[in-house]
Design a protein around this ligand. Structure first.
Ligand code: BGC
Length: 483
């Protein structure tokens, strides 16, 4: 009964999903049923606007360093020019192939563009872990094999179709079809690829087989694909964002500011910049907001010391951050009467999707959480534990949304246009029930008030975007060869 009453008061409060963590609201509404110790111990996870503004300042400085020729080599946020100079204008037509490598799955796509329409067929292939951690040659042979299976099934094996390759790792691009891998991220760590041109490696693997013909027209990052696929529909799109397994953003910059860009100007005066913001903080710049869970996640990852910003934000790490907090609080006797379970104490066993599921229950309702606790051998969890666990999830997911918002507000201010659409993809943004609202609210607080922005879910940026980049490249090429 007591719980029900409290829940009612929370519900009446209405804005619970978006500002539950505002200090005053917490004090007025949930203070007396969230345990005080948990609230105190979670304070380090709450980033107030002063901290976020400080982060924005450092981030902007990092972006400038990445853009400038003089400082680029030592910069942490790489700001790689993508050689994508123009956004789609709706006149792109034809059949294109696309490859999408970078999350948990690998996809091959066949896309037909005509005017405002597009048709798409795709097939998902698993990448077994021994390949994710094997040799580069094995990885590209696997990709080429999947491509061969697909083009045969779709009966286009005899055509030499243009192909866009979405390769979602930090690439130093040397042109639209040449990209040198700077480092692996997320779950990948294949040998003999860092320092090499991945387009060449793909072409070599295709040649080794000899049964497929393609023409790689473009290699791109998933953020670029997302930007392109949204720009196709909404011409104000200037930023592409991914909050999925990993996190990163790209944005449209003026060519004169992108000092590392050295191509022929095709006339737009713009170039899309792949920020690789996941690496932000690798020099310690974010240490003032990182805490013991971040340290732990980093130390136990396959790339310690790298991608520290990404590790505070993205889906590959979010569940584990929550689990580490739950483990600590259990050992301190603050949760589950001090009695955990083997699964709770097992690394990687608290999935990021749990965070979305827990926060999808209306405030005060714990149906999903109850099931998750049962799944984790925590049948003895009490209502008080549920309230505390939900709060911990909220702290971690809000921190992620707020860090993303600080990055986006910095970019909006930098771009300086009055109306900007941000194209977004990724499992965290798609499936977390409050991520969008949290971002809307926080960006509004942090960016120049005269800027109007909206957040648009990208429809398959990595697939469709790859085809669009290939198509725009083909259009620009044709235009320029005519003039
Ligand atoms: C990669 C980026 C990518 C992001 C989202 C990061 O780990 O470094 O290139 O855009 O993940 O997939």
């Amino acid at each position: 009964m007591r719980i029900k009453r409290i829940c009612d008061s929370v519900n009446v409060f209405g804005r619970i999903e978006t500002d539950r963590l505002d200090e005053e609201d917490v004090d007025e509404t949930i203070d007396y049923h969230l345990s005080n110790e948990i609230r105190d111990k979670c304070r380090e996870l709450v980033l107030d606007n002063d901290k976020l503004r400080k982060i924005m300042e450092i981030f902007l400085d990092n972006v400038h360093r990445g853009l400038k020729r003089e400082t680029h080599a030592d910069s942490i946020v790489k700001c790689f020019p993508t050689y994508v100079q123009d956004l789609p204008n709706g006149t792109e037509t034809g059949k294109f192939l696309a490859l999408d490598l970078g999350g948990t799955n690998f996809r091959v796509l066949l896309i037909e563009l005509s005017g405002e329409h597009f048709e798409m067929k795709s097939k998902i292939f698993a990448i077994p872990q021994h390949i994710m951690l094997g040799s580069g040659e094995q990885l590209f042979d696997h990709i080429a094999e999947c491509l061969a299976i697909f083009v045969k099934e779709e009966q286009v094996a005899d055509q030499r179709l243009p192909l866009g390759f979405t390769f979602s790792f930090p690439l130093a691009q040397k042109g639209l079809t040449k990209g040198i891998l700077e480092r692996w991220t997320k779950g990948f760590n294949c040998s003999n690829v860092v320092g090499n041109d991945v387009v060449q490696m793909l072409n070599e693997a295709i040649d080794r087989r000899g049964d497929v013909q393609i023409q790689v027209c473009a290699i791109l990052n998933d953020t670029t694909g997302t930007l392109m696929s949204c720009a196709w529909k909404n011409h104000n799109t200037r930023i592409g964002l991914i909050v999925g397994t990993g996190s990163n953003a790209c944005y449209v910059e003026r060519q004169e500011n992108a000092e590392m860009w050295d191509d022929v100007d095709m006339g737009s005066g713009k170039v899309s910049i792949n920020l690789e913001w996941g690496a932000f903080g690798d020099d310690g710049a974010l240490d003032f907001v990182r805490c013991e869970y971040d340290e732990d996640v980093d130390k136990n990852s396959i790339n310690p010391g790298k991608q520290k910003h990404e590790k505070m934000i993205s889906g590959m790490y979010m569940g584990e951050l929550v689990r580490l907090a739950l483990e600590r609080f259990t050992k301190e006797g603050l949760l589950f009467g001090g009695k955990g379970s083997d699964m709770l104490f097992e690394r990687g066993r608290f999935y990021t999707k749990y965070v979305s599921e827990i926060e999808s229950d209306p405030p005060g309702v714990f149906n999903n959480l109850r099931e998750i606790c049962e799944e984790l051998g925590l049948k003895h969890a009490s209502e008080q534990d549920y309230i505390n666990i939900r709060y911990i999830c909220e702290c971690i997911s809000r921190r992620s949304a707020h860090l993303v918002s600080a990055g986006l507000a910095t970019l909006l201010n930098k771009i300086g246009e009055k109306k900007v659409t941000i194209g977004i993809d990724g499992s965290v943004y798609r499936f977390h029930p409050h991520f969008h609202n949290l971002m809307m609210e926080k960006i509004k607080e942090l960016c120049d008030p005269s800027i109007e922005f909206d957040l648009m879910l990208s429809e398959d940026g990595s697939g469709r975007g790859a085809a669009l980049v290939a198509a725009v490249a083909a259009r620009l090429y044709n235009q320029n060869s005519r003039t």
